[in-house]
Design a protein around this ligand. Structure first.
Ligand code: CUA
Length: 340
């Protein structure tokens, strides 16, 4: 494990970590500066204006508009600088870039189960290439956990029945700690692992070395067939009893109650486990629930399959309705060298 030169600061190994540290040091610097300034002035005034004789009467003070303006405006500007800088970083951190490689994470008492979009599975280990953007799509099978990589300065709760996401771009090859940062029961402290950042070429070899594994999208397609989804949800609308799935992900969906929702990860998950919650306009409440019949990992596979079903537009080569291993976003389509 890599350590940093400051004993209480974790190593800095992502595109975000340096920016976050700069903000953190700014906050600490402002705090230290004003603590010293105020205590220094306090001690100085206590000595300078001490009572020298028992019968001394202090001179009346009328106040100063100039001083009051100054000590209101300066702190305001400092506070706003913290707000603007912090908000800007928050937005950057909370919006995964569109071209990020997706990795699925499922928390479970007391381990992290990870699957890459090409199919590789890992437990308590996450292998990633340096210099590529990685988006984690996370959920849990049981209680709330929290996926925390100190060296990347990212941390997000992993919540039952919901998908949370976070993203990072690692900068330095090496091995870094991965923690669960939410008390989740007896072995919470043992729910740790490591993130192994590799050079992109080395990573591609590593991915290729386990190539026999099934990608989540292909596994999802098998579930789609074995669970019988296919009989109502033909990929292009055939079947007719359920809405078409091709091109669904990311689209606005009109509901029977007149509302519109975006078909994101959460919506698709809900439509599988609780189909009656948001009925698509024009369709009846005939779909049975799949609650308890599919695990969180299988739900993620179904999600990966639906994501892979894009509508083929002429001239834009993209993944077709039939999900093949090559149809999911494979890291090779996303290669970006580390050179700048
Ligand atoms: Cu999982 Cu703490």
């Amino acid at each position: 494990m890599q350590t940093s030169w400051v004993p209480f600061v974790p190593p800095s190994a992502s595109t975000l970590s340096g920016k976050l540290d700069a903000l953190y040091f700014y906050l600490s610097g402002v705090t230290i500066f004003f603590t010293l300034l105020i205590s220094g002035v306090l001690i100085f005034f206590v000595i300078k204006y001490r009572r020298r004789t028992p019968w001394e009467i202090p001179r009346p003070v009328a106040g100063s508009h100039k001083l009051e303006t100054l000590w209101s405006v300066i702190p305001f500007i400092i506070a706003m600088s913290m707000f603007v800088w912090g908000a800007q970083l928050f937005f950057e951190q909370s919006r995964p870039p569109n071209n990020a490689v997706e990795v699925y994470v499922v928390g479970k008492q007391w381990m992290w189960k990870i699957q890459h979009s090409t199919g590789q599975r890992e437990i308590n280990e996450l292998h990633v290439p340096a210099g590529r953007k990685i988006k984690l799509i996370m959920t849990t099978e049981d209680v709330i956990h929290d996926f925390f990589i100190p060296a990347f300065r990212i941390k997000a709760d992993v919540i039952p029945g919901r998908y949370t996401t976070q993203w990072f771009e690692a900068t330095k090859p090496g091995s870094y700690y991965l923690f669960c940062a939410e008390y989740c029961g007896m072995n919470h402290s043992g729910m740790i692992g490591s993130v192994v950042v590799m050079e992109p070429t080395e990573f591609d070899d590593w991915l290729g070395g386990n190539a026999s594994q099934q990608s989540p999208a292909v596994a999802g397609q098998q579930l789609y067939e074995t669970l019988g989804c296919v009989s109502c949800h033909g990929a292009a609308g055939e079947g007719g009893r359920g809405p078409a799935l091709a091109g669904l992900f990311g689209r606005q969906v009109f509901l029977s109650n007149g509302q519109t929702v975006k078909a994101d990860e959460a919506y698709i998950r809900e439509s599988v486990v609780n189909p009656q919650a948001k009925l698509v306009a024009g369709f009846g409440p005939i779909m049975p629930t799949f609650q308890g019949q599919v695990s969180e990992e299988q739900l993620m596979q179904i999600l990966a399959f639906i994501k892979s079903l894009q509508i083929q537009t002429p001239g834009a080569p993209g993944p077709g309705p039939a999900a093949t291993p090559g149809a999911v976003a494979s890291p090779t389509t996303n290669t970006r060298s580390r050179g700048r």
